[in-house]
Design a protein around this ligand. Structure first.
Ligand SMILES: Nc1ncnc2c1ncn2[C@@H]1O[C@H](COP(=O)(O)OP(=O)(O)OP(=O)(O)O)[C@@H](O)[C@H]1O
Ligand SMILES: [Mg+2]
Length: 840
């Protein structure tokens, strides 16, 4: 069975990182260019897709078909103001699809193709999957992927869809700063004990297009995210754009060249200012910016100093400061409550950002973590915790759901029809049970209560089906489990009809239920928004008022392992079932019946998803086919160069082919080379391999002759040595050597004859070979020589190595004076020659 993969993926706006959990620890994986970071870039050509580093490398020459910045498009509609803003920076075409979604139009395989951001993301994920599979030599399925903590339901669902298209099984979508916090906490040996005051650490991740800050409380073996503060519109790229605008203006003034009128020039400018920005992080002196052949075949140059950049980008830095201050407010912390501030993300390398952090928290910005890899590492750790493949230290993680969530239901009946199920920064994953009294099917909808960085606050609508009145015509009790799941997605996970039963004999689907008072007492940390027992009585079942909520247990208060808890989230097992059974007082037997739910929420339908999976499969097959084709073409090209080089004067193969034949072959090679750059540029794989076979029929015999020429002397010498050793043994026999005294003369004569014949054969071969020119087929091949030696040895060795019979226990007095050869020689001949032969 192939080993199970345990990987974490940091899917960044600019680049992605992959980490793997192994028995020895966490490692970051390098890609096919030996780089740890893979650009979030997908390009299209006439023949294939180009992914990652290769895509970024060809961006300037294939602008219209190189897609980047798609992480920000996930789960959004074309009309979304953010999308409209992003479009302005894209050199590729983006359009509205018939369903209002985003379509990215590219030329692929010489045809216009429109892909969704989910598909493009899936393409990048298949590349990452491939990189991991190559590095680990195993199939990749299970993984944990990072998401910005500010992602809403729609974006999270879209990323899960993308992973699904790429054939990845996502064990968790993990908030980026939570992944970082895990990477920090799991190795810390000095965290305060469980009962002590926690250590509060602030994590700042300033990446390419967003800023995320979180405050996290650590105790031994656990972390709890207190709050987050984010700015989805503030990142390193805003600095790049501000600098590009500055230089655009500068070039207009000084060169009368307007980069805004030339997408390619603007793209190059962006790439150059990004380099300059990075240099400015390390140098405060004035630095040059030079771009050759910028526009109208003219070179441009400019310069900038760090302090100047800080002025130009003042707005970005103000936003950073605001977000840093917001975390103190959101987490209700003062700076003196904070133990340390850890920074990650490429843009925290900017000195101005570090000093803003120091000002905001009164603390040095600490770089304990690898700034680029911390997120991926945290994801790999989380994946290991969720997977049975690798054992990791137990570490409990409590994340937050950053936005308040409201649930609304058919308010037509004079009910409130609306309640807040999760306030902002509520612990996650988390489930709440809500009880409804209904006689008929009904629906509930979830909304974000406040402003979220997404144009629509709608989360989803769920139709609860098959609800009927009791035989007495009364309302039934229906329990809904509303959940922020492990991916941070809000959903109605289940609906069940609760029928009270008196008869204990019906044990199927029967569970013990707490009375409401007990439930209330027990659920100390529970939310008490919404109705309660009083309301239930007041409104009565007929009013169908939402009556009770309960907390899902199994959160950090529980003494359960992380894996057990996760198992429950996956299995959808209701934690309150277990706790209820603990309660000994006032029990009522109930039967629960799962009700069908029809959900209407963000994300692709199964039908759409299957269609995309199929399309992705076809594109992968096409890429594979193209790779095989390119490999076949390269193999042919390589053979042409290699053979022609070796045939030239003074090179290894020159003498092993007759001159006229060599000239003919070189001409042939030249013509194949010509063909390769001409009509052979774009042929299918078979054409290349046929041509290669054709060339090989000419080239390989030459190579073979050269090889023969190199190996032959060794084969001849080995044969000569074998004859020599045999003759030595015969000489010993003739000299009466005791080791051979048991051999029959007739047998030894056979050896003598064979040796003579062998020598004759060998001498004839040597003579013939000496007279064969190098370019001709040799009269005797190495193989023949070895075969001849083998035949010779097969004949003589059994005779010479014949075991000497054991002498019959001679009385000590009879022992002949002499060399005592009777002893100790029964197993092995003692002469050097025989030992050597035995080894053969
Ligand atoms: N030395 C440096 N000085 C200034 N900026 C830098 C430096 N090194 C990298 N950056 C910037 O950091 C950004 C990339 O950071 P990072 O890799 O953390 O982003 P990402 O994870 O791809 O994006 P995001 O987190 O927004 O999804 C780029 O804007 C890059 O220019
Ligand atoms: Mg990032």
């Amino acid at each position: 069975m192939a080993a199970m993969s345990v990987i974490g993926i940091d899917f960044g706006n600019e680049s992605c990182y992959i980490a793997v959990a192994k028995a020895g620890g966490i490692e970051t994986i390098a890609n096919d260019y030996s780089l740890r970071g893979t650009p979030s870039c997908v390009a299209f050509s006439q023949k294939n897709r180009i992914l990652g580093v290769a895509a970024k490398n060809q961006m300037v020459t294939n602008m219209k078909n190189t897609v980047f910045g798609f992480k920000r498009l996930l789960g959004r509609k074309f009309s979304d103001p953010l999308v409209q803003k992003e479009l302005k920076h894209f050199p590729f075409k983006v359009e509205q699809r018939s369903d209002g979604g985003i379509g990215i139009r590219v030329n692929y395989l010489n045809e216009d193709n429109v892909f969704t951001p989910e598909q493009i993301t899936a393409m990048l994920l298949t590349k990452l999957k491939d990189v991991a599979a190559t590095a680990l030599q195993t199939q990749i399925n299970d993984c944990v992927i990072s998401v910005p903590s500010y992602f809403t339901n729609a974006e999270r669902n879209a990323l899960l869809n993308a992973a699904g298209i790429a054939g990845l099984n996502v064990l968790r979508l993990m908030n980026e700063t939570t992944a970082t916090a895990l990477t920090y906490g799991i190795y810390k040996q000095d965290l305060p004990g469980a009962e002590e005051k926690p250590r509060n650490v602030v994590f700042v991740d300033f990446g390419h297009s967003s800023l995320q800050v979180s405050a996290c409380a650590f105790n031994k073996g656990k972390l709890r995210i207190l709050a987050t503060a984010t700015d989805a519109q503030c990142g390193g790229r805003d600095i790049d754009m501000a600098l590009a605008d500055y230089f655009t203006q500068d070039f207009v003034t000084r060169y009368k060249l307007d980069a805004r009128k030339n997408q390619r020039a603007y793209l190059r400018l962006l790439q150059e200012v990004e380099k300059l920005k990075k240099q400015m992080s390390a140098n405060s002196t004035r630095l040059p910016l030079n771009i050759e052949c910028f526009m109208e075949e003219r070179d441009v140059s400019g310069d900038m100093q760090r302090s100047q950049m800080e002025q130009i980008c003042a707005e970005t830095f103000n936003r950073v400061e605001r977000t840093l201050r917001a975390i103190l407010h959101n987490a209700k912390l003062r700076s003196e409550d904070i133990h340390s501030v850890e920074i990650v993300g490429g843009s925290t390398r900017i000195p101005a950002v570090k000093s803003l952090i120091e000002q905001a928290f009164g603390k040095h910005a600490s770089t304990t973590l690898n700034q680029d890899e911390a997120v991926a590492r945290g994801c790999a750790l989380q994946c290991a915790m969720l997977s049975p493949a690798v054992r990791v230290r137990e570490f409990s993680i409590t994340d937050v759901q950053p936005y308040a969530v409201r649930l609304a239901w058919d308010a037509a009946r004079n009910e409130d029809g609306d309640m807040e199920v999760f306030p902002a920064f509520h612990a996650a994953p988390f489930s709440k049970m809500l009880t409804f009294y209904r006689k008929e099917p009904f629906s509930v909808s979830a909304y974000y209560s406040d402003q979220v960085p997404y144009p629509d606050t709608f989360i989803g609508q769920w139709q609860i089906k098959d609800v009927q009145p009791t035989p007495e015509g009364e309302s039934q009790k229906v329990k809904l489990k509303v959940r922020v799941n492990i991916h941070g997605i809000i959903t109605v996970a289940s609906a069940s009809l609760v029928e009270k039963k008196q008869d204990t004999s019906q044990n199927e689907n029967i569970e013990m239920e707490n009375s409401s008072e007990n439930a209330q007492n027990q659920d100390t940390p529970m939310e008490t928004n919404g109705g309660n027992q009083d309301q239930q009585q007041q409104n009565g079942p007929e009013n169908n008022q939402e009556v009770r909520d309960e907390e899902m247990k199994g959160e950090p208060q529980q003494k359960q392992s992380w894996t057990q808890r996760v198992g429950q989230w996956f299995s959808g097992e209701s934690d309150d079932k277990k706790d209820k059974s603990k309660d000994k007082s006032k029990k009522v037997l109930v039967k629960t019946v799962e009700l069908p739910i029809e959900a209407q929420t963000h994300g692709l339908s199964v039908h759409e998803l299957n269609g995309y999976v199929e399309q992705e499969g076809k594109m992968q097959a096409q890429d594979r086919q193209e790779k095989e084709r390119a490999d076949a073409r390269n193999a042919l090209e390589e053979y042409v160069y290699e053979l022609r080089g070796k045939l030239s004067e003074g090179e290894t193969l020159h003498d092993f082919v007759a001159e006229d034949q060599r000239n003919k072959l070189v001409n042939h090679l030249d013509s194949v080379e010509q063909w390769l750059y001409d009509e052979g540029e774009d042929q299918n794989r078979q054409v290349y391999s046929d041509k290669l076979s054709e060339l090989k029929t000419e080239g390989e015999p030459i190579k073979q002759r050269r090889l023969e020429f190199e190996l032959r002397p060794g084969a001849l010498d080995e044969f000569a040595l074998s004859i020599q050793l045999t003759n030595k043994a015969v000489d010993l026999y003739k000299a009466g050597d005791a080791k051979f005294s048991h051999l029959a003369e007739t047998e030894v004569q056979k050896v003598i004859d064979a040796s003579k014949n062998a020598l004759t054969w060998l001498e004839t071969a040597r003579q013939a070979l000496a007279h064969t020119p190098r370019h001709q087929q040799p009269s005797h091949t190495t193989h023949q020589i070895r075969q001849e030696r083998q035949n010779f040895e097969n004949l003589v060795h059994p005779i010479l190595n014949k075991v000497k019979p054991k002498e019959k226990t001679p009385p000590p007095s009879n022992q002949t004076a002499g060399d005592g050869q009777a002893d100790g020689n029964k197993d092995a001949p003692s002469t050097q020659s025989q030992e050597q032969m035995d080894v053969e």
